[in-house]
Design a protein around this ligand. Structure first.
Ligand SMILES: *[C@@H]1O[C@H](CO)[C@@H](O)[C@H](O)[C@H]1NC(C)=O
Ligand SMILES: *[C@@H]1O[C@H](CO)[C@@H](O)[C@H](O)[C@H]1NC(C)=O
Ligand SMILES: *[C@@H]1O[C@H](CO)[C@@H](O)[C@H](O)[C@H]1NC(C)=O
Length: 249
């Protein structure tokens, strides 16, 4: 990694005098050294999201949606009781006909109403976050009537954590770039002048899926048992900076 950065930096060691510049200002004639600095910091996500769908089929749409609304409300209440700072929001509500095919014949089974819910939990303590996600998962599994499906869980960084860790990575990336510039200048026998430009780039990890914990208990009494904790792994945040130095001759 470092070797390739050195090569890249060496390749962009420019002597502007060699470029046939029409605009002969002092600056464009001066020698320049361009380097790239990079740093990666590990970060443990502080936001966990669970996506759930409550769905049922009933003879009429109104009936199906009433049952779903009731089930969603009781699940939401149970989640908020178990994890007081959970933020629950409805992602989408849909009503469709439930049609199946038997021997190439279309069978109408009724109306299928579904409500997709997102539960967001923010906690800097990864153990506590994992426990809360486990509680939500267990509650969903323990709902009566098998109307609730856990679509998946993801973790991500809150804007505050992202900013904090990006700044750590930026600082380390600038240090890395400076060290590279000094190495190159020394090897080339030139003295570094002031930094002329700095370009910032950073890549925060996108939301990543969390493996679902194994369901241990039968539906109905899941909520009463010890929740199955979810383990929250660290992820990498990378910052790169491009630095351009003038020579001090
Ligand atoms: C030379 O470049 C500078 C800045 O890049 C510009 O302001 C100036 O007008 C240019 N001069 C000529 C003669 O092109
Ligand atoms: C659609 O109807 C069939 C037959 O009643 C039922 O088994 C199935 O669970 C229904 N599908 C959904 C998604 O509700
Ligand atoms: C994190 O939370 C767990 C309980 O979920 C607690 O035992 C532990 O002390 C907490 N750690 C910190 C550093 O607060």
């Amino acid at each position: 990694m470092r070797a390739s950065l050195l090569l890249l930096a060496a390749a962009s060691l420019l002597l502007a005098g060699a470029v046939g510049a029409q605009n002969d200002t002092a600056d464009s004639k001066a020698g320049k050294l361009s380097v790239t600095g990079a740093a990666t910091v590990p970060v443990v996500p502080d936001v966990g999201k669970v996506s759930l769908t409550v769905q049922t089929t009933r003879p009429t749409g109104a009936e199906a949606c009433d049952v779903v609304a009731e089930q969603a409300a009781s699940l939401t209440a149970a989640v908020v009781e178990a994890v007081p700072d959970a933020e629950v929001s409805t992602v989408g509500l849909s009503l469709q006909q439930n049609v199946t095919y038997t021997n190439d014949k279309q069978v109408f089974n009724g109306y299928m109403c579904s409500n997709t819910i997102s539960i967001k939990i923010t906690d800097r303590n990864a153990t506590a976050l994992g426990t809360s996600l486990g509680k939500v998962n267990d509650l969903a599994a323990g709902q009566e009537g098998s109307m609730v499906t856990v679509n998946g869980m993801t973790t991500e960084l809150s804007p505050e954590l992202r900013e904090e860790k990006t700044n750590e990575a930026r600082t380390a990336a600038v240090d890395n770039g400076k060290a590279t510039a000094q190495t190159l200048a020394k090897a080339a026998g030139v003295t570094l002048g002031p930094i002329r430009s700095i370009t910032d780039n950073n890549f925060a990890p996108s939301p990543s899926p969390v493996p679902m914990p194994a369901m241990e208990s039968a539906a109905g009494d899941a909520a009463k048992q010890t929740p199955t904790p979810v383990s929250i792994g660290a992820t990498d945040l990378t910052a790169t900076v491009a630095l351009e130095y003038a020579f001090d001759n």
